[in-house]
Ligand binder design. Structure first.
Ligand SMILES: Nc1ncnc2c1ncn2[C@@H]1O[C@H](COP(=O)(O)OP(=O)(O)OP(=O)(O)O)[C@@H](O)[C@H]1O
Length: 291
């Protein structure tokens, strides 16, 4: 199980949307984080053999997927950003239909469908029509179809967009339960989606890799760059205009801001423990400062 990407680039017309990305995939979850348009979907579609790279190579177990795409597709599960369901089907019928489309032998297809329904915890809803499902349930059906072939490589593109907080947490827990013995690539622009689940984090911005690290290492490098200060409204607004503010909360005694900055932003600011989101803001902010 080896995903190797070397110097991958993608250009649409004159517009480079991914530049010189290299990566060695290992079992576990890699969180691909970046703002909209950073190139996450393009990267995932190239790995899924749905989009041709402009430059660079993607290898699965040492074989170039341009020439050996089938070997990868056999062990690939993919949940795209736009995942359409057929309204006339129940969840179970839909999964049986997709199992047939994916070429699962009839003798094992129904059993496998029951298994994935159990994995995503949809037994109660499996025989109801898909339009009656909540957003989170639809995404769980999406994961269920991606698991039909028990994939070694699972690609999930922005799965939590449009989910409410409870569904988001449930979905994150589900993904966490799937990381054993497979490579999961999860893209998101919400860092809390990968917090406590990803063992590796890649931050993309405008097609370039800003950071490729572990969540723990990102926290370590952010330590000393997050500050808390409680102040009056005028000063708070001034600080907000000058610094990267991660939170701003009204208190009885003033406004408390958390500020991401390499230097102390205010004489009464005290250093605070960083969150992963603040690590992300520091990485992205540094890049913006360079541009
Ligand atoms: N088929 C295409 N033709 C031209 N430009 C495209 C095409 N697909 C994507 N792009 C552009 O490529 C850039 C990267 O898009 P991509 O979807 O890969 O980013 P993303 O990080 O996944 O963002 P999002 O979360 O919005 O999907 C964007 O500027 C997008 O407009």
């Amino acid at each position: 199980m080896e995903l190797t990407i070397d110097h991958l680039s993608k250009r649409y017309g004159q517009n480079w949307v991914l530049r010189d990305l290299s990566l060695r995939g290992a079992p576990g979850m890699l969180g691909l984080v970046g703002p909209n348009g950073a190139g996450k979907t393009s990267l995932m579609r190239m790995i899924a053999t749905l989009l041709e790279p402009t430059e660079g190579t993607i290898r699965w177990n040492g074989q170039d997927i341009r020439t050996h795409g089938q070997a990868l597709r056999q062990v690939l599960g993919y949940l795209p950003q736009e995942f359409g369901v057929y309204p006339e089907f129940t969840g179970r019928q839909f999964l049986r239909y997709l199992a047939a489309m994916k070429g699962l032998p009839r003798s094992i297809a129904n059993k496998r469908v029951d298994e994935v329904i159990e994995v995503v915890n949809l037994e109660q809803m499996a025989d109801r029509k898909l339009p009656t499902y909540s957003g989170g349930m639809k995404q769980r059906i999406g994961i269920a179809q991606a698991l039909l072939n028990d994939p070694e490589l699972l690609i999930v593109d922005e799965p939590t967009a449009g989910l409410d907080p409870a569904e988001r947490v449930r979905f994150r827990t589900l993904l966490a339960s799937l990381t054993r013995n497979r490579i999961i690539l999860l893209s998101t622009h919400i860092i809390s989606d990968v917090e406590a689940v990803a063992n590796r984090l890649m931050i993309l911005q405008e097609g370039r890799v800003l950071v490729d690290t572990t969540p723990e290492a990102l926290l370590v490098r952010t330590a000393g760059s997050v500050w808390s200060v409680t102040t009056d409204q005028a000063t708070a607004l001034q600080l907000q205009a000058t610094y990267q503010v991660s939170t701003m909360v009204n208190q009885m005694n003033g406004i408390t801001l958390r500020i991401v900055s390499a230097t102390r932003p205010h004489e009464s600011a005290v250093a605070s423990d960083p969150s992963l989101e603040e690590g992300y803001l520091l990485a992205v902010g540094r890049q913006e400062a360079r541009l």
